[in-house]
Design a protein around this ligand. Structure first.
Ligand code: PPE
Length: 304
């Protein structure tokens, strides 16, 4: 996807011009993937632009950094404020926001602890991640032959730059084969998540998603959907899923900040069909909430 340019990027405490947000070629994270990042969305609401669950995203950014013993030279409150500032400064009514905390220039080698820590926050307009058709009619998913990073190899609990090589391998494999999105199994053969999404299925009216111990990221959209489903009294359980649970599901869908809520129409050429009623209800509720049309979930919206 070509990035549509916005005007300003926040870097280490100040707003600078988009074109000036550059780093040295010997930046530690460029070589070793030692950064951590977040993906956040802001939406237009009747009360102005609001960032969806911003504080929860920033909290997860600090948790990712904590796993890699990286100290972020700002407080969480400062990064929450900086994120809002980026959205305001670019005049974006709705956008995708990418905070990244990376090991900067000054040290090489695998012990990162003395390398500097830099922080940048960028925002730009990003439409549907898996296509407008996909969000309406569902996407074709394929299980990748690459397995999800094991919890004791590159812990999926941290949203770290380097771990996305795993997603990249899976995404290339399945998109080159003509599918829209990859699903990764873990080393034990259980479903973990999509290349950049969590996975849910519906069977006999109940909702299931794999536990984070499977290697699934503790997604903020995942958590939102679980809470919305509970409020709708849709039975829900975290449970290990095998590939045939996906084949035999009545409905299936992906969740993620970039992807939002996307129905899965096919898995490995087994046709599940058009989005089912539970997926539809959850998807509609999600879009109403992020657009500020459901007062019960106002607390998830952080206005800029
Ligand atoms: N699993 C993975 C592997 C993942 O990368 C994401 C987010 C999720 C689940 C869903 O998490 P959440 O966004 O908190 O609901 N993926 C981010 C990056 C996507 C990209 O292409 O870059 C995102 O959606 O922002």
């Amino acid at each position: 996807m070509p990035i549509p340019e916005a005007e300003k990027i926040w870097m280490d405490g100040e707003l600078i011009d988009w074109a000036e947000a550059k780093i040295h070629v010997l930046t530690h994270t460029l070589h070793y993937g030692s950064g951590v990042f977040e993906g956040i969305r802001a939406y237009e609401t009747p009360k102005g632009t609001a960032v969806f669950r911003l504080s929860d995203h920033i909290r997860r950014l600090y948790q990712s950094a904590f796993i890699y013993r990286k100290e972020i030279p700002f407080t969480q409150e400062q990064l929450v404020e900086a994120t809002k500032q980026v959205v305001r400064a670019n005049g974006l009514a709705s956008c995708y926001i990418r905070p990244i905390v990376f090991r900067g220039y000054g040290e090489m080698g695998l012990n990162p602890l003395s390398a500097p820590v830099n922080v940048a926050i960028a925002a730009w307009p990003w439409g549907t991640y898996l296509g407008d058709e996909g969000i309406k009619h569902g996407v074709r998913a394929k299980i990748s032959s690459f397995r999800r990073n094991d919890v004791n190899h590159i812990p999926p609990a941290a949203k770290a730059c380097g771990q996305y090589l795993n997603s990249i391998l899976a995404k290339i494999e399945v998109t080159e084969a003509g599918y829209d999105e990859a699903i990764l199994l873990n080393n034990n053969g259980f479903v973990a998540d999509g290349s950049g999404e969590n996975v849910f299925i519906v069977r006999k009216g109940a909702l299931y998603t794999p536990p984070t111990s499977s290697g699934a990221l503790e997604g903020i959209t995942r958590d939102s959907i679980i809470r919305i489903a509970e409020d709708m009294e849709i039975p829900f359980r975290e449970r290990d899923l095998v590939r045939t649970d996906l084949y035999l599901a009545d409905e299936a869908f992906f969740t993620g900040t970039a992807a939002e809520v996307v129905p899965i129409r096919e898995v490995d050429d087994r046709v599940l069909g058009e989005p089912g009623p539970v997926t539809r209800r959850l998807q509609e509720a999600f879009f109403r909430i992020v657009h500020g049309e459901d007062p019960r979930y106002e607390h998830w919206l952080e206005h800029v």
